[in-house]
Design a protein around this ligand. Structure first.
Ligand code: FAD
Length: 142
């Protein structure tokens, strides 16, 4: 799992291109995962065989559509938590940048490995359609 600063808009063709490439390439390698994005932040988890993850992550690291990639978690797993998704994704702009509301501003700069369990749970909840748990009432957002 890593986080990074997005250099593309959430509604842009670049995001579509990322989603399409991911679906295709991850599907071919048996890699699964989930991607949160908004206009500022990417947070992605990838799971699969180590050589496949390393190959895809090497591509992601040199991708010019984001910067400041910060690895948060790298661990062996027994079972997949995102096995139903070649690459599921959640557009956080529909909530006005959900991740910023939950974890505070500028996550890619501030995130630490200590936050990894919470961030992983966040992605898992989004993948299960539980974004509601994290949404603040409108009066709290202002
Ligand atoms: P190439 O296709 O050769 O691309 C080389 C470089 O050109 C890229 O690094 C990028 O900077 C640029 N580029 C490529 N396509 C475009 C485009 N349509 N518009 C603008 N610039 C472009 N790939 C996966 O396979 N699985 C994933 O789960 C995955 N997740 C990603 C998550 C994020 C946040 C980002 C930014 C990218 C992700 N990608 C993912 C895409 C990945 O970075 C590679 O572009 C892709 O895997 C192809 O790899 P490649 O080495 O052949 O790169």
């Amino acid at each position: 799992m890593y986080t990074s600063h997005s250099l593309v808009d959430a509604g842009s063709p670049e995001i579509l291109a990322i989603a399409e490439t991911s679906l295709h390439r991850n599907g071919k390698c048996g890699v699964t995962g989930y991607l949160y994005f908004d206009n500022e932040v990417f947070l992605q988890v990838l799971e699969g065989l180590l050589p496949d993850i390393e190959m895809i992550y090497a591509s992601i690291l040199r991708d010019s559509r984001h910067e400041g990639v910060r690895t948060l978690l790298r661990q062996p797993i027994e079972t997949r938590a995102f096995g139903e998704w070649a690459m599921g994704y959640y557009d956080g702009t529909i909530d006005g940048g959900l991740i910023g509301q939950v974890f505070g501003p500028d996550l890619p700069t501030r995130a630490t490995e200590k936050m990894a369990p919470q961030l992983l749970r966040f992605l898992r909840d989004l993948s299960l359609g539980r974004a509601d748990v994290y949404r603040l009432p409108p009066e709290a957002v202002g």
